[in-house]
Design a binder for this molecule. Structure first.
Ligand code: HAM
Length: 410
């Protein structure tokens, strides 16, 4: 096969047992979010590129290097969405959701696109499940999201640490930024080339650099929490007090900054030591709605990276037991009647399309991992029965419809 027929680099198929992991993750997240009153929103995959440039930030890696941007037939600049928050904010304003309720809790799921260097758990098309709350400034909302992240990890039996930090607001961030830039100038000789260039443009990102020399250089960097204004400080203090009252394990990470510019106050991430990567991430973005022309609306959210979690779960959803009906002869409508017996019993049942004798059929049943085969021949049809064979033990017995029903009940 030529390269022409391979998926582009960083784009991947999800199949076989990975599908079960994928579905398990989305199922757990959706169930939790819905039970917390989040309503689903289905967002377009394409938006005007400017939406992301303005919200995520012109100087960020995502906007500078990672967006899939194209022009449409009328010359408009569009982008495949690199994340879901900007689109949700756009939809919140465009649909005037603020006019209907004092606050909104929304969630979305779907593919996101970033032109990154692919590696394990990092793709150019990946999937997120995101949750956003609009209209709540109370740190109780921050608490709800952090606890939800804890619960998602718990239900999926994933070991990860939840880290939190506060980045302050428009009032207090400038002083912190200035102090950080000053500091970075004093250690400029130890910064990598990327950070040297970043230190004035996007200084907070230097704190996030994975290069050893940069990590060492920023050990004594000023901390955002030391610059918080009265309101931000109070918000952060309350959040930590609420967290103390729960039994959620979390830690403060004063170097935690995010790769997107819209954050204010609380930011949080669930990180896995095993993978040395972020699994779930989010925070507050109290100005974004207003910046896009909506009313002043404090907001916050997080997004789960589905492929990242897939690397850490190894117990796919328990399968339904699988019954493969093997028809022999002119018994098709009888086979359909037999299949009816399994409906609504929580079993998977299929009529085999495989042609051939019993040996071939049983080989096929093994290949598709059937737990039982249900043999339906002309003799069975005449007697109104089936032959049920347990593929594990090899035992088989002939059962009437009533006997099938009582077998399925145990
Ligand atoms: P983010 O940290 O850019 O935040 O992405 C969230 C999660 O998506 C990451 O923690 C990671 O699990 C996953 N992810 C990101 N890039 C990739 C990739 N190339 N391949 C695989 N997985 C990836 C956001 O996107 C924000 N919108 C989160 C948010 C929602 N903040 C507030 N509300």
């Amino acid at each position: 096969m030529t390269d022409k027929f391979q998926a582009p680099r960083g784009f991947h198929d999800i199949l076989n047992s990975d599908i079960k992991k994928f579905r398990r993750i989305t199922h757990v997240c959706r169930e939790l979010l819905e039970s917390h009153g989040f309503e689903e929103i289905i967002l377009p995959v394409v938006e005007f590129a400017q939406l992301f440039e303005k919200s995520i930030g012109e100087a960020t890696d995502i906007v500078q290097k990672e967006m899939f941007v194209f022009t449409d037939r009328k010359g408009r600049k569009l982008a495949l969405r690199p994340e879901g928050t900007a689109g949700t904010v756009r939809a919140y304003i465009q649909n005037r959701l603020y006019a209907f309720k004092p606050y909104h809790k929304l969630f979305y799921e779907g593919p996101m696109f970033r032109y990154e260097r692919p590696q394990a758990g990092r793709y150019r098309q990946f999937h997120q499940i995101g949750a956003e709350i609009f209209g709540v400034s109370d740190p109780l909302a921050d608490l709800e999201l952090i606890l939800l992240i804890g619960e998602i990890l718990n239900r999926l039996e994933i070991e990860a640490v939840i880290e939190i930090n506060s980045l302050g607001c428009k009032k207090c961030r400038p002083a912190y930024r200035a102090s950080l830039v000053n500091y970075l100038h004093t250690v400029a000789g130890n910064l990598c080339d990327v950070c040297l260039e970043r230190k004035d443009r996007n200084p907070l990102r230097v704190l996030d650099c994975k290069e050893k020399t940069c990590k060492e250089a920023i050990v004594s960097a000023p901390k955002s929490v030391d610059f918080l204004c009265q309101e931000c400080s109070e918000h952060y203090r309350k959040l930590k007090a609420y967290l103390q009252e729960t039994n959620l394990a979390y830690r403060e990470n004063h170097l935690l900054v995010r790769g997107l510019d819209y954050y204010t106050r609380t930011v949080f991430e669930a990180v896995s030591d095993k993978l040395d990567t972020t699994l779930i991430a989010g925070g507050r973005y109290d100005y974004l709605v207003e910046e896009f022309g909506g009313p002043p609306t404090p907001a916050l959210g997080f997004a789960v990276g589905v492929e990242r979690l897939m690397l850490l779960i190894d117990s796919p959803l328990k399968d339904y037991s699988f019954y493969l009906i093997i028809p022999f002869g002119e018994v098709h409508s009888y086979a359909l009647k037999v299949a009816e017996q399994f409906k609504g019993t929580g079993r998977r049942v299929e009529i085999s399309y495989r042609k051939g004798g019993l040996k071939k059929q049983l080989e096929f049943a093994n290949k598709v991992k059937a737990d039982y085969v249900v043999i339906v021949g002309e003799r069975e049809m005449k007697e109104g029965k089936v032959t049920l064979k347990d593929m594990k033990s090899g035992q088989q017995e002939t059962l009437s419809f009533e006997e099938i029903q009582s077998f399925l009940r145990c």
